[in-house]
Design a protein around this ligand. Structure first.
Ligand SMILES: [Zn+2]
Length: 247
């Protein structure tokens, strides 16, 4: 009798232990499932947020003292102007009368020397122009051709990239330069020295200017290589997704 009672007690205890074990197992799986779902949700939230951040940070347009920068690149076109008082630092003279910023002179001299070693003569014709210079030039063109036409090839005062001191117009500064050996070499090699063809052919509606094979702008070798785009020139406007339109 005593033996029977104790065997019943053992059975009861075994059921109890089994029940507790099942309960623990169930709780474990529920907790595991909840944790996993939360982790997945956090991961998705993170991915969503980070992709939004990349889009925003890639094209942050900074304005300091009326000067617009994107990724450290100064932006001047028909939408983004310079203050009339803006004069770049460290302007030097090249080719007796052309003014440009010192590090642009250095880059251009390398470009010109390498071109010369191939028998090509690339020389600077125009560089930095002040707000007042540009005002005179633009007003003369208006008198000559009217505003609508003048706007396709000449910038209004404050809207000229030449005011940055980072731009050089080379050689004849007209379409007789196009398709010369010098122009063809410049188009395919200027990026190696940090320059871009600023107003490429076929991009007139994007840049707001006619094709200018002679107008090169210094942006540094890294951005220049990206914009060179294996010979299919991209514009600053396309790359940074900005407009070039007078208000
Ligand atoms: Zn120019």
């Amino acid at each position: 009798m005593k033996k029977e009672k104790s065997s019943n007690q053992i059975k009861k205890r075994a059921y109890l232990i089994f029940a507790v074990f099942l309960l623990a197992l169930t709780l474990f799986f529920i907790t595991y499932e909840v944790l996993l779902t939360n982790k997945e949700k956090r991961k998705n939230d993170y991915l969503q947020n980070s992709s939004e951040n990349t889009e925003d940070s890639q094209y942050v347009i900074n304005e300091e003292d009326g000067i617009t920068y994107i990724d450290g690149t100064i932006i001047v076109n028909k939408s983004y102007s310079l203050p009339s008082s803006y004069v770049p630092e460290n302007i030097v003279i090249i080719n007796n009368y052309v003014k440009i910023v010192d590090y642009v002179k250095e880059a251009f001299e390398k470009l010109a020397a390498d071109a010369l070693s191939l028998g090509l003569n690339i020389y600077p014709s125009s560089g930095y122009r002040s707000y007042a210079d540009q005002e005179k030039i633009y007003n003369n063109y208006i008198m000559q051709d009217g505003i609508e036409k003048a706007d396709t090839y000449s910038a209004r005062a404050g809207y000229s990239e030449h005011q940055t001191g980072l731009v050089i117009d080379v050689n004849t500064v007209d379409m007789t330069f196009d398709n010369t050996p010098e122009s063809n070499w410049l188009k395919n090699n200027c990026y190696r020295y940090g320059f871009i063809i600023r107003y490429p052919e076929g991009k007139e509606d994007i840049t707001g200017y006619m094709y200018e094979p002679w107008h090169i702008r210094y942006v540094g070798p890294s951005l220049a290589k990206t914009l060179y785009n294996n010979g299919n020139w991209l514009t600053i406007e396309e790359y940074y997704q900005i407009t070039s339109k007078y208000k």
